[in-house]
Design a protein around this ligand. Sequence first.
Ligand code: ATP
Length: 429
Amino acid sequence: MKNNQELMEKIVSLCKRRGFVFPGSEIYGGLANSFDYGPLGVELKNNIKNIWWKRFVHQRDDMVGIDAALIMNPKVWSSSGHLATFNDPLVECKKCHHRFRADHVKAEKCPDCKGELTEAKQFNLMFKTFLGPVEDADNTVYFRPETAQAMFVDFKNVLETSRKKVPFGIAQIGKAFRNEITPGNFIFRTREFEQMEIEYFVKEEDWKKIFEYWKKEMWSWMTGELGLDKKNIHELDVPDNERAHYSKKTIDLEYDFPFGRDELYGLAYRTDFDLKNHYKEPPYEDAESGEKFYPHVVEPTWGVDRSVLAVLCDAYVEEKDRVVLKLKPNLAPYKVAVFPLLKNKPELVEKAKEVYNMLKKEFNVAFDDRGNIGKRYYSQDEIGTPYCVTVDFDTLKNDTVTLRDRDTMKQERAKISDLVNRISESLNG
Ligand code: ATP
């Protein structure tokens, strides 16, 4: 396991320096544990979300998507049990008054000053606000702490408009908010984050089989689409007393982050708990038998920000002269960078711009004419760009360029007319 503070600091520093992730509101001194995705971070994050949507929604016949409001009728949260039970145990140090999540404190002493801690109190994690100008109990609403409830609340509308039959799923990508007691470890635990969730509706007798199926799908996503090293991923069967209030079985998929092993994704069997809470009558009718019932739910859930972090940690490699992000090409913010060999030769710059504009119709492309070629290569390696294309004097004669591979650092001559195909091929791998 990589338990490595220094590595984490290097990744955080690269993220800031190169525009992946910045501290939020930095010019005002920041806001505790809030982060903004910069120009490269938003590309990486969007690539992850788009690939996820393609794989789990577009490429399947049994899945549809929704994009629901963040603020829902507060009755949703009383019915779902979140108002009563979406709590974390909070302890306070009697000496320095710092607060901690009780289950995160190991030695029953304050981690900061070793002072004595209070008894744990339950603290509700939902963020509150008010709808409209009057700030009273009647107007209190909550930012959703998970995207999942919208899939249950919209279940009938989705069913009627999509005509799906059990087993089928509803997917959503969106923000969730939790007033975490102890956020930290960069974008691992923040108070505002993004989830990609599927509520998969099944007949009760099928849940075990389907749970196993989704476990495999999640593994295949992590090692396939995200390219994470299998060695760094672990399964944890969550014990009874640590499971969320709605779950009868939960598996956490954990990742060896530089700060230690912790939850990347979760897979839960939510039974018919949610649909029963929201619907007085069974909301589903079997087309053949006419039987009405409450479908049971298997829920695979993926944190977007934790995906970004795991991908960055897994891809970060230090070699003799360079730092490389060995991102899978389909995740890389830029697919290719174009350079004119010399900045002060207008004919090279013009030709390089032409190649750049052609490639830009297909991919996100970088252009760089600063410093020497070696520095430009290293600069692209550090942000994971799989290919660099250099336009030189031969290009002007025969329309070929130098194509340089990020991982092998090999250079070869390639025809300009072959570039789109060459780069596209690498994105399918
Ligand atoms: P934890 O035990 O780490 O608090 P959880 O078990 O409460 O997480 P879930 O309710 O299962 O988390 O949420 C689903 C997914 O959402 C998690 O697997 C994780 O990827 C992501 N997630 C949850 N809380 C946060 C957070 N505060 N910041 C970033 N991502 C989060």
